[in-house]
Each structure stands twice: as structure tokens, then as C-alpha cells.
Design a protein around this ligand. Structure first.
Ligand code: AMP
Ligand code: ZN
Length: 115
């Protein structure tokens, strides 16, 4: 068994507030939300980052994006949201299991990036 924290969440070894689960993907609230609604969509397979993705991951990556709108609406984000994937050192990725952040709330978010 690997020690990846998000793999442990998928396996139920670490608690999370689950937003959605199917055979390929898992979605759960971020423990340190940066917006009124902030959850992440992850593949169940351990893929460290978008930098390691290749065409063999096309189906699961496509599903993560294809489910984003439905899951966002299910969390009250019917009027839009921001989706972010941080990758590697330059992207300041902290957890090396690919995750798609979904953020939003009742008011428009701040500018996309600070300096
Ligand atoms: P990133 O910087 O894109 O790698 O984001 C990692 C995210 O994972 C951060 O927003 C953390 O707050 C979040 N995170 C870390 N540990 C947990 C956890 N146990 N449950 C939920 N979210 C977590
Ligand atoms: Zn993992």
C-alpha cells in the first residue's frame, strides 16, 4: 500500500467530506478552503501530477473535467467556478496525487493570481 495521502482518502483510511465517488474518480472538500466552496476532484489511480499524464490517462482526465460542472452545481456553484491544477515545483503543488481544485461561492472570486 502506498503512503500517498490522497490514495489513503480514496481508500477511506483518512476521513474526508466526500462530494462524489464513482469507479474512476473521487471528489472531496479541501481541508483548508480558499473560498466558500472548495473541493477537489482526483483520479482513483495514483498519478503524481499532470506532468506525468499521458494518453493512457485520457479517459480519467476527461471524466474529471466532464464531471466538474455537475459536481460544482451539486455544491451550489450554479453561477460559475474556478478550476485549478497545480503542477510541480513551479506550480507549487503540495500533494503529489493529481487533483483538480474547484472553487467558488456566492460572490465573484478574486483575481486569478497574486504576485
Ligand atoms: P496543491 O497545493 O494543489 O497540491 O493542493 C493540495 C491541497 O490539498 C491543499 O489545498 C490542502 O489544503 C489540501 N489537503 C491536504 N491534505 C488534505 C486532507 N487530508 N483533506 C483534504 N484536503 C487536504
Ligand atoms: Zn496517490
Amino acid at each position: 500500500m502506498n503512503q500517498c495521502i490522497f490514495c489513503k482518502i480514496v481508500r477511506g483510511e483518512i476521513p474526508s467530506r466526500k462530494v462524489y465517488e464513482d469507479e474512476d474518480i473521487f471528489a472531496f472538500d479541501d481541508i483548508n478552503p480558499l473560498a466558500p466552496v472548495h473541493f477537489m476532484i482526483i483520479p482513483k489511480i495514483h498519478l503524481p501530477s499532470l506532468a506525468e499524464a499521458d494518453p493512457s490517462h485520457q479517459a480519467v482526465l476527461g471524466k474529471m473535467l466532464a464531471m466538474a460542472g455537475t459536481l460544482a452545481r451539486s455544491q451550489g456553484l450554479g453561477d460559475g467556478f474556478r478550476s485549478i491544477i497545480n503542477t510541480g515545483r513551479i506550480g507549487r503543488q503540495e500533494v503529489y496525487h493529481l487533483h483538480l481544485h474547484i472553487l467558488g461561492g456566492p460572490e465573484p472570486l478574486g483575481a486569478m493570481m497574486g504576485k
